[in-house]
Design a protein around this ligand. Structure first.
Ligand code: FAD
Ligand code: MLT
Ligand code: ZN
Length: 482
């Protein structure tokens, strides 16, 4: 169960009745109207098993037109809805808070076109990220994003959370690589913004409003995305540093010495490493001769193997000689590389197996980042395990506080401290996971009151009845003031 304070159910929302069910059955042609308790239980529960809704209905449309008819109807009946993709979100955004109708996009999973010259992929929003990766693999391209949830998360969910992940350092955020979207608004209007152009300065670029708006402004039904070519030479090094200052120095060295071939720079501390080795089957410590305080993964991707290897080797030799690195190993084949990635990508799963997790996803100046982790350890003492990892190359810390079960006394020691600390640094309280339910009342720590008011005004224009993903993203008072 979650310890988050949640707003009361909005009384202006209707509850579903048998006429509603008959209407949805008609629209969906008798299938994709889910009332089965077991299936609903899964769809009502988030990946972390921290948030739980009580929806009695999940709809699984297969076409944009069906999404449009559903929303038009829900809007006129004032039935609240929650858009859902792979349900891997980490901020309680993808599940209902009360009895909202779940609109799951997973049945809209076709690739619509791929241009082999430009690398532009157009697909439906329910395509699973890993399936898109496999599709592109055959075409000699890759997705510009990669994340641990790739086996379940959907591109529509990725776009709606503006997911970052392991490749952002090289290929930038989805605000850069998403070229177009098709979106259905709360009243059923279909916005065709499904362009495939790199350059298009014709008026306000509205698609950006929907990238990262977590289903609160519209439902994404189609995505057009620029994909990079697959390069032939990929190397992955698993490295050890004794202190956090060395991790920072290695980052600067990697950016300057590896330059254009640097494609990922990730870190995990010893607490994260220990958890992964404890909970994930079949994983071995790549550097078993001794324990280290910090581990760094550096990936290079380029087009000429001999050049890339030479560069990486020179970089590593110098880093070892100068004492920045205390140990390290370069993956010898694709299997070893995936086992290294599994260690980094497996931290959230290991945390889940350990017990309850208070999860914070912060953008902070890299030089200050680990101070917060150390201060948190001092505050909590032996009451919790403070675990740190993340996308160091992007200034993104994943600060996770692991306990046996959720406890309000522990929460009171973490919050608002963690948000105030981040705000003082002008950091972000959500680097990549979004706001969802977890942080809707915390938005002010990273945004001025005026900014939040403009956000609420935009929400009001696009969704005047507030039916789309209520209680999420925006604080409830900000909405009632508009
Ligand atoms: P869901 O969880 O179903 O939904 C997420 C939000 O988007 C919700 O608010 C939902 O209402 C909305 N939404 C979903 N689909 C649509 C749609 N079609 N239209 C409108 N709104 C929609 N995130 C990162 O940024 N980087 C990472 O490295 C990363 N790694 C992860 C690793 C693991 C193991 C897990 C469990 C999660 C990770 N995440 C990461 C969290 C991340 O947000 C999601 O994995 C992913 O982007 C969500 O996609 P989804 O399809 O599961 O969306
Ligand atoms: C990650 O980078 O592993 C993800 O964002 C998930 C997490 O933070 O737990
Ligand atoms: Zn992450």
């Amino acid at each position: 169960a979650s310890t988050a304070l949640i707003p009361e159910r909005n009384k202006s929302f209707a509850t579903i009745n048998s006429d509603d069910i008959s209407y949805f059955k008609k629209v969906l042609g008798g299938r994709g109207v889910v009332q089965d308790e077991e299936k609903l239980d899964d769809a009502n529960t988030d990946w972390m098993r921290k948030y739980k809704g009580s929806s009695k209905l999940m709809l699984q449309p297969r076409k944009t037109q069906e999404v449009s008819q559903i929303l038009d109807y829900c809007n006129s009946r004032c039935l609240a809805v929650v858009p859902q993709g792979g349900n891997t979100g980490l901020v309680g955004g993808s599940i209902p808070v009360y009895d909202e109708v779940i609109i799951n996009i997973g049945s809209m999973n076709n690739v619509l076109s791929f241009d082999k010259v430009s690398g532009i992929l157009v697909c439906e929003a329910g395509c699973i990220l890993e399936n898109l990766m496999s599709f592109l693999d055959n075409e000699g391209y890759i997705m510009p994003l990669d994340l641990g949830a790739k086996g379940s998360c959907q591109i529509g969910g990725n776009v709606s959370t503006n997911a970052g992940g392991l490749r952002l350092l090289r290929y930038g955020s989805l605000h850069g690589s998403v070229l177009g979207l098709e979106v259905v608004l709360a009243n059923g209007t279909v916005l065709d913004m499904l362009g495939t152009l790199r350059k298009d300065n014709t008026g306000y670029d509205l698609k950006h409003l929907f990238i990262g708006s977590e289903g609160s402004l519209g439902i994404v039904t189609k995505v057009s995305i620029l994909t990079p070519p697959m390069l032939s030479s990929v190397n992955l090094a698993f490295l050890a540093c004794e202190d956090y200052l060395s991790c920072q120095k290695i980052l600067v060295e990697a950016k300057t010495k590896l330059g254009e071939i640097l494609s990922a720079f990730e870190f995990l501390d010893i607490n994260a490493m220990d958890l992964v080795l404890k909970h994930l089957d079949g994983l071995r410590d790549p550097l078993p001769s001794s324990k280290h305080n910090f581990y760094v993964l550096i990936e290079t991707t380029g087009s000429m193997e001999s050049h890339d290897k030479e560069k990486l080797e020179a970089f590593l030799v110098q880093a070892i000689e100068s004492g920045l690195l205390t140990d390290g190993v370069v993956a010898q084949d694709i299997n070893q590389a995936s086992s290294f990635w599994r260690i980094r990508e497996g931290v959230p799963e290991a945390l889940l197996k350990e017990g309850a997790t208070y999860k914070y996803d912060l953008s902070l100046p890299p030089e200050k980042m680990y101070n917060l982790v150390e201060e948190m350890r001092q505050r909590l003492g032996t009451a919790a395990n403070v675990v740190a990892y993340g996308h160091l190359g992007d200034g993104n810390l994943h600060l996770n506080i692991s306990t046996q079960q959720y406890d309000d006394n522990i929460l009171a020691k973490i919050e608002p401290f963690v948000y105030e600390w981040t705000s003082k640094q002008r950091g972000s309280i959500s680097a990549e996971h979004g706001i969802g339910l977890m942080k809707a009342s915390k938005l002010h720590y990273s945004n001025s009151a005026e900014t939040v008011q403009v956000m609420a005004a935009i929400k009001k224009v696009l969704d005047p009845n507030g039916i789309l993903n209520p209680y999420k993203v925006l604080p409830t008072p900000a909405l009632s003031q508009t």
